[in-house]
Every structure is written in structure tokens, then in C-alpha cells.
Design a protein around this ligand. Structure first.
Ligand code: AMP
Length: 332
């Protein structure tokens, strides 16, 4: 498969934009198995897409193993036969450490009003780039559920659709982006929401010589959002999102009043009950949209001069939105 060292180096470069989860989970045996599979399977595009990170990971591992190897064999063919899983693991770790230390972090903001699809497309970007989506809304909801000090302070304002104080959310993000899974970058969802937060973010990134690399704005007209938000049901533990009209769960039953019966709303995969967010109401949405237009949209002007703001029409079929998101992520 890999016939030259330069091809392997190319693969190792590609790893920077490949799921780190795939890399870390790619055992040498799995990768070897994939390499040995019959060529007929490669005709299947979906299979190839899934196998690619494993192939790349094995390539990186082999390059690293060659550097660690105590004998002087340099031929890739010989190295392919190496059975030392310790060396392979060490090589993978060494490569990951190298990217974590010397490559800039990919720091993205997923931008858009409530109901624009940040929660739908964020996980897909996560899978594509292997960097985590950090949702301040999710973190605050977890704090409310756990009734921490932050949660107690945030609860009422969140339910009413207002904004939690800048100090609180900036503190949450400051701590979160220091965690190990953010070392290659992260996708911010719901943060920054005010100019003050954007400036605080820039300042904390500047401390490591970094800056925001991309802002993806999901554009949806306000009038479309009420139907999206008020019909939304969520599976709390996975974050899977359903909609009574556009994506109903298989279990949904409708009552005589034409509305879904709450007890029938169950997650397709686990059968667990779905829930509606307390702020997914028409009245809270009015306030959330006001906050979005008055306080959040000016952030686009803040980042526009850097040429990093990309706009996506998120008022179209999901595949169309995802196509535009992919376009906005790619280098031109
Ligand atoms: P979301 O899930 O992003 O819609 O956020 C839910 C709620 O959490 C918001 O309506 C706010 O009350 C609060 N929240 C989330 N992120 C922020 C933020 N960056 N600044 C202030 N409040 C926030």
C-alpha cells in the first residue's frame, strides 16, 4: 500500500486533519488487517472512507517505528514486517506529541442562532477533524443538573433565555481548553456570545501565540427558527436531537389534540425517554434571538477583517448544509 518513505511522511502530515480518536484507537493489528483486505472491498467507497484513518495511522506508526528501530534497517518493506506493538504504540504517541507541540491548534467557532443546526453539524465536524466540540450551553446545563455553584447562578437566567455572565462562561472555557483532548484544537459552540467574551477568548489564545482560525456562521431566518426550536426533543445523555415534524422518533404517537404524546417520545437507539429543553419555548426564544442579534452578531464584524468568517445557508436540506460546511472548512 505504502511504497515509499515519502508516501508515509505524506500520510503522517495528513494525520493532522484526521480524527485523533481514529488514530488512538487504531491498533496495529486492525490497520494491518485493513491493508491485507482484498481489493474488491476497496471498490466500496464507504468502506474506504472509514478505513483511511486506520491506513494513515498505520503509516505514521511505521514511520515512527523506523525512527525508533535500533537496527539499521531502513527499507519500508522490511519495516512493514515489524511485529513490535510497543514500538508502534511509541511511534503513534511520538507523532501525536509532535503535532501537539509544533502545529498550531485548529480553533473554530460554530456560529448561529438557536436552532441553526450547531448541535447537528458540530459532531460531524468533530468526527471529520478529530477535535472536540465545546458547547457552553451543554456545560452549563450539566452544572445546573449537578446543582454546582455555577449551575445555581445560571439556572434562572438560562430558563428565561437570557445570557449567563461573561465571567462565568469565560472561566468555564479557559479551564476546558487546557484539557488534553483540546491539544490539536477545538470547536466552540455557543461561545463567544458577546464582544467581551470574544475579546477574552482572543486574549487567552494570544497567551500561547494562537488565534481563532475559522468562524462558520450558520444562517437561518428568524421566522424558521420558532418551528425548529419548539418542535425539538432531545436525548439527554447522547445529545441526539429529534423534531416532531422533521425528524420524529420511531416511537412517537400523536394525541387527539394533534400534539405528540410526551410518554411516547423515546430515543430510537436506547429507547430512553426524550426531553424538551426548558428554554425551547416561543417566549424564551424571543429573548434568545434578541440576545443573538444585539450581542452575538457583532462578533462577526470583530473576526471578519481576519478573513476567517465563512457563511453557510443553513435553511436548506441537511446534506446541502453539510456540503457548504465542508466547503467552508476546506482550504481553497
Ligand atoms: P445554548 O445551548 O447554546 O442554546 O445555550 C443555552 C443557554 O445557556 C443560553 O440561552 C444561555 O442562557 C446560556 N449560555 C450558553 N452559552 C453562553 C455564553 N457563551 N454566554 C452566556 N450565556 C450562555
Amino acid at each position: 500500500m505504502f511504497t515509499s518513505t515519502s508516501a508515509l511522511r505524506l500520510a503522517s502530515r495528513r494525520i493532522a486533519t484526521t480524527s485523533t480518536r481514529s488514530v488512538s484507537s487504531a491498533s496495529s493489528s486492525t490497520a494491518t488487517k485493513v491493508v491485507k483486505e482484498g481489493s474488491s472491498r476497496y471498490a466500496n467507497e464507504e468502506y474506504l472512507r472509514k478505513a483511511l484513518p486506520l491506513l494513515l495511522a498505520s503509516g505514521v506508526a511505521i514511520v515512527g517505528a523506523s525512527q525508533l528501530s535500533s537496527n539499521n534497517e531502513t527499507s519500508t518493506t522490511t519495516l512493514c514486517r515489524s511485529k513490535s506493538s510497543n514500538k508502534v504504540e511509541a511511534a503513534i504517541q511520538q507523532t501525536k506529541d509532535k503535532f501537539a507541540k509544533y502545529w498550531p491548534r485548529n480553533i473554530m467557532i460554530l456560529f448561529g442562532p438557536p436552532g441553526a443546526g450547531k448541535g447537528t453539524h458540530g459532531p460531524k465536524i468533530e468526527d471529520l477533524l478529530g477535535i472536540p466540540q465545546l458547547s457552553t450551553g451543554d456545560m452549563l446545563r450539566a452544572a445546573v443538573a449537578a446543582q454546582t455553584e455555577v449551575g445555581k447562578k445560571a439556572q434562572a437566567v438560562m430558563k428565561a433565555g437570557g445570557l449567563v455572565s461573561d465571567d462565568i462562561v469565560v472561566g468555564i472555557i479557559r479551564d476546558r481548553i487546557k484539557e488534553d483532548d483540546c491539544k490539536f484544537g477545538f470547536i466552540l459552540d455557543g461561545f463567544p456570545r458577546t464582544l467581551v467574551q470574544a475579546q477574552a477568548l482572543d486574549k487567552m489564545l494570544a497567551e500561547e501565540g494562537a488565534s481563532v482560525t475559522k468562524v462558520i456562521e450558520l444562517q437561518v431566518p428568524d421566522e424558521v427558527l420558532e418551528e425548529r426550536i419548539c418542535g425539538r426533543w432531545i436525548h439527554k445523555s447522547s445529545g441526539r436531537s429529534y423534531h416532531v415534524k422533521f425528524a420524529p422518533p420511531k416511537s412517537m404517537q400523536v394525541g387527539d389534540d394533534g400534539k405528540p404524546i410526551a410518554e411516547s417520545m423515546k430515543d430510537d437507539e436506547t429507547g430512553e425517554p426524550l426531553m424538551q429543553r426548558p428554554d425551547d419555548t416561543a417566549s424564551a426564544l424571543v429573548k434568545r434571538l434578541q440576545g443573538y442579534h444585539n450581542e452575538t452578531v457583532p462578533i462577526l464584524n470583530h473576526y471578519s477583517p481576519n478573513g476567517i468568517v465563512k457563511t453557510v445557508n443553513a435553511n436548506q436540506k441537511m446534506d446541502g448544509v453539510w456540503g457548504e460546511v465542508l466547503d467552508s472548512l476546506s482550504r481553497k
